[in-house]
Ligand binder design. Sequence first.
Ligand code: PBG
Length: 315
Amino acid sequence: MHIKIGTRGSKLALWQAYYVEKLLRDGGISTEIVIIETKGDKILDRALSKIGSKGVFTEELEEQLRSGDIDIAVHSAKDLQSDLGEDFEILAFTEREKVNDVLISHNTDLSLSQQEHFVIGTSSTRRIATLKHFYPHLKTVDMRGNLQTRLRKLEEGHCDALLLAYAGVHRMGYDDKIAEYLSLEEFTPAVGQGSVAIECAVSLPTDKKDALGKLLNHVETSLCLRAERAFLHRLQGGCSVPLFALGTLVEGKIHLRGGVVSLDGSEMLRRSIPEGSPAHPEKVGQALAEELLGAGADRILEEIKNAQIDVTDLR
Ligand SMILES: NCc1[nH]cc(CCC(=O)O)c1CC(=O)O
């Protein structure tokens, strides 16, 4: 069996593609990697809101899945929208990396809880709002671009530190710049953080789907991500809405926690489902979403939507 793996060309995307390639080759499948440039990669001088944020990093990959030019597309699970078109499906989620956000700096003595003020570069609305909620004395500056760009801006002194996902930092080899691992209680991650999603066309032959699923899918990760993604889908959270959720398996049950924080950090609403059934992960995610809506998340989400006519971001 031969599998063509489609990926974007950024360093992190390529890391993910090589990781998937190795899992397949170790399983006796021959592979090739096809690098595909997306609209989001080409247009660097305009805010994502101006080019329409939905699908800008996935559309070209999906075209080639549809035409059969590639068999699978590899994405950061976090960046894959929760409503795939009906022609596509998720074949696998790979084993999750540590899910925490980390504080990155040249000064590894820095800590969010220290009293001195310093400036943090991030463009994630979840991270900005969470910082405002727990650490209102800290300032943030907008910091877009891929990991290399952000680290260069840190180097150039645009900020004192960055807030990033551990998974990306580790995969790019920057562990030595980690000043602090942020707690999951304060910085609950974005849905899907730390896992790689494998997408295929529904029309991919069944023998390929079965072989790929067996080699790539990590069952525990997959149960948790299905619950998280159902939560996100029910709340219609695009990538610029400060929603967060984290599923873990505890004694065979899905423990799902999640919530929403207002853009100014003044309100944070959180709930959890301690013992969700792993037989129905989507129901666990939907139940958590309903609980939050009942507790007032609908009003917070509405306010966010109204405020965000022109806001962009990447989680
Ligand atoms: N939104 C950007 C993005 N998409 C995936 C990762 C890396 C971590 C992961 O795969 O979860 C990052 C960078 C970050 O948030 O720090």
